[in-house]
Design a binder for this molecule. Structure first.
Ligand SMILES: Nc1nc(=O)c2c([nH]1)NC[C@@H]1CN(c3ccc(C(=O)N[C@@H](CCC(=O)O)C(=O)O)cc3)C=[N+]21
Length: 296
């Protein structure tokens, strides 16, 4: 059994990115600049955005965190997005999700200029992804592809079962695994809350990608021998033995499923760190594209 070590691979990727940034600096070029907008005080969201800002520092990117109050109106957020779209110093930015109820998420994501949409959430970029055109691939799915690639996991002709159809993980993952090329060329089944007899489906899977957010959902009985297991779940569960009062748990019953799996991602230390590394990769790509188009 092989652990797909997202922590290690994400560090490798960050070192590769840092080497690129060092070259930019040596050439007197502008370094990539990522901005992250966070609306409200959700603890998990603040933690993630904090990790993104730290990751930027680590690779030598500029970063800007924009904090808006929980009562921010949709218009105020759209104004902020307009400002970021028009700021030539910002190469890419993200709007951390989820947003408060008074704000229409889809409308907001459509306001981000596609060239700065390093999350790959704009319909233009999502469409390009589905059509195999060059674009920003959403960071979590991109990270999973990169992990499969770096561990040489064979995906061609395999049956991939994706659990969960969210716009940021399950849906794009189902498209990417079925695309031509590597990692891809899988036969994909996308399962969700209306799927009947899910065990019958997961039991046939060569690769399972679970993005549900239900701790211990995927049990050993649902998995065939030598399956590849990718756990995207990150649920905080209260834990008094931990200094911060909680631990994070994936969708997979790791202890038992790992005994049957050929490859498996841990939580923490699997897909989560990869997400951050690929956001940096997308920001680097955005900078390179802007340099080519603006010559600055
Ligand atoms: N616009 C937007 N883009 C996102 O990419 C986005 C988002 N909104 N909203 C929330 C989800 C979630 N997400 C994670 C990123 C890193 C970890 C991560 O680093 N996890 C660590 C542990 C983190 C901890 O200890 O809490 C790990 O799994 O090892 C997890 C989850 C990005 N998301």
């Amino acid at each position: 059994m092989t652990i797909l070590d997202g922590k290690k691979v994400s560090n490798d990727i960050k070192n590769e990115i840092k080497a690129e940034v060092d070259k930019m600096k040596a050439n007197g070029e502008k370094v990539p600049h990522l901005a992250a907008v966070i609306v409200g005080n959700d603890g998990a969201s603040l933690t993630y955005v904090g990790s993104k800002v730290r990751a930027c520092e680590r690779v030598g990117f500029e970063s800007t965190m924009v904090r808006l109050s929980n009562t921010t109106s949709e218009v105020e957020l759209l104004d902020k997005i307009d400002e970021l779209n028009n700021n030539p110093d910002i190469d890419g930015f993200i709007i951390q999700l989820p947003l408060p109820d008074q704000i229409d998420t889809q409308k907001v994501l459509m306001a981000v200029h596609p060239d700065k949409d390093v999350d790959g959430f704009h319909p233009m970029n999502f469409g390009k992804m589905a059509l195999d055109m060059s674009t920003f691939i959403p960071a979590t799915p991109f990270g999973i592809l990169e992990l499969l690639d770096r561990y040489n996991v064979d995906t061609k002709g395999k049956h991939t079962v994706v659990i969960g159809r969210s716009h940021i993980v399950g849906r794009p993952m189902s498209i990417l695994m079925g695309r031509k090329g590597f990692p891809g060329n899988s036969t994909v089944t996308l399962t969700h809350s209306h799927t009947k007899n899910i065990t019958q489906i997961t039991s046939q899977a060569d690769i399972i990608i679970s993005a549900l957010g239900v701790p211990n959902f995927l049990k050993a009985e649902m998995v065939k021998d030598d399956a590849v297991i990718i756990d995207v779940g990150i649920t905080r569960v209260p834990d008094d033995t931990k200094e911060r009062g909680y631990r994070i748990t994936g969708d997979v019953d790791f202890e038992n499923v790992s005994k049957k799996a050929s490859h498996i991602t841990p939580v923490p230390g699997g897909v989560g760190p990869m997400t951050i590394a690929m956001l940096l990769k997308n920001t680097l790509l955005a900078r390179e594209r802007h340099r080519k188009s603006n010559k600055n």
